[in-house]
Design a protein. Structure first.
Length: 395
């Protein structure tokens, strides 16, 4: 009798468990689907869509990342169409590739607002993106899937950005002999490392900005690593005691890009002063190449007002447009007394030096093309030249 009761209890427990399981499954099916004219269909607007990889993705210039969309609903009805949307936080150029199942669509978007690309049914649910040039920002990426029944769902956003590609590791590199070390990753990013803390002080895709911050805040030497640095606008030096020292000629290349009209890579002394002691002074350029890129009416170093004690040593100047009435020379200035230009080369430039006054100074061991200096008072040394100047004027 006792055994029969136990058997009945077990049977009852089994039946109750079965009912609960079936109830749960029915509830799940009800949430995810419903019957339409006696046919099981998806629950409207309830597609569970996701993107992998999720979170934040960092892409260096030229690197590519493929993202995959997934629809996770139970009993969802394929095929799906997919619409990918990119939303930037700044102006940028992005390469985009989507596979339609028949052909691969390649797009190059110059983004400043959201852009979308859709793929037909039976397409591969992937998109590949890359940055063709350095971007100081990023974009969000999302995808919307639509089923054959017209139901849809959208994914959460993922974030794609172009980071600075760190060429070196600065662990405990503080107390260095320079105020800042400026370097490039070679992909369009520039950064300035503090010689005091070993930490990144400024980082941007604009070399002018990084150099300007370093010049404004330096306490002595600014070292510049090997690489090419592109300057969209001039760097202004309106202070004393600044030294910009590269890694060597044709190793550190400072290049002008896309501007002209009485400009230069470096502009010194941008305001007039009355007395000699008020002039910008003790400025050094050494061991680098300056390339004016044949921009119109430009120089490499230009001082519209008087300076003093400006030294230029082991610098190569390149591609400075020919002399015009407005004045265009590798080194150009109004007054630069007590200055010394030594061991410099001037390549593909028809005017090397044009200075209104260079008293008590030195030009030594330079490969000069054309030089124009209007006043040379107590100028003891113009010697060691590797080619004679075509025009040297001393008034």
């Amino acid at each position: 009798m006792e055994t029969g009761k136990k058997g009945s209890i077990r049977l009852l427990a089994f039946l109750v468990g079965t009912i609960l399981v079936l109830s749960g499954l029915t509830g799940y099916l009800f949430v995810n689907s419903f019957f339409l004219n006696g046919v099981l269909a998806e629950h409207p607007n309830f597609l569970d869509v996701s993107i992998s990889p999720s979170g934040t993705t960092t892409l260096g210039v030229g690197q590519s990342q493929t993202f995959t969309a997934t629809v996770a609903n139970y009993l969802s009805f394929a095929p799906f169409t997919y619409t990918w949307t990119l939303t930037p936080n700044t102006n940028m150029t992005v390469d985009v590739s989507v596979d339609t199942g028949l052909v691969t669509l390649e797009k190059i978007w110059n983004l400043n607002t959201s852009q979308s690309v859709s793929t037909p049914a039976f397409s591969v649910p992937t998109i590949s993106v890359s940055f063709p040039s350095a971007v100081n920002g990023g974009f969000s990426l999302s995808v919307m899937a639509v089923s054959s029944k017209g139901n849809q769902g959208s994914s959460a956003f993922v974030w794609v950005q172009d980071p600075y590609t760190q060429p070196n590791v600065y662990l405990n590199q503080y107390g260095m002999p320079y105020s800042y070390l400026i370097e490039t990753d070679g992909l369009g990013w520039y950064q300035a490392i503090s010689g005091v803390t070993g930490q990144t002080s400024w980082q941007a895709t604009n070399a002018t900005y990084v150099f300007q911050q370093a010049v404004n805040n330096a306490n002595g030497i600014i070292e510049v690593s090997a690489g090419t640095f592109n300057f969209p606008t001039p760097v202004l030096i309106n202070r004393n005691d600044v030294s910009i020292i590269g890694a060597g000629i044709e190793e550190t290349i400072l290049k002008m890009t896309g501007y002209g009209g009485d400009y230069a890579i470096f502009k010194l002394s941008t305001s007039s002063v009355t007395y000699e002691w008020q002039r910008e002074r003790n400025i050094l350029f050494q061991d680098l190449t300056m390339d004016a890129n044949n921009e119109a009416y430009t120089s490499c170093i230009y001082s519209p007002y008087a300076t003093i004690y400006v030294d230029i040593n082991r610098v190569q100047f390149k591609n400075v447009e020919g002399w015009t009435n407005s004045g265009s020379a590798c080194i150009r200035g109004i007054v630069s007394d007590y200055s010394h230009i030594t061991y410099c080369d001037f390549v593909n430039s028809s005017m090397a030096i044009s200075i209104g006054s260079m008293n008590y100074g030195t030009i030594d061991s330079c490969a000069l093309l054309v030089i124009r200096i209007d006043t040379l008072r107590d100028f003891p040394d113009i010697h060691g030249l590797r080619s004679h100047p075509d025009y040297l004027h001393d008034s």
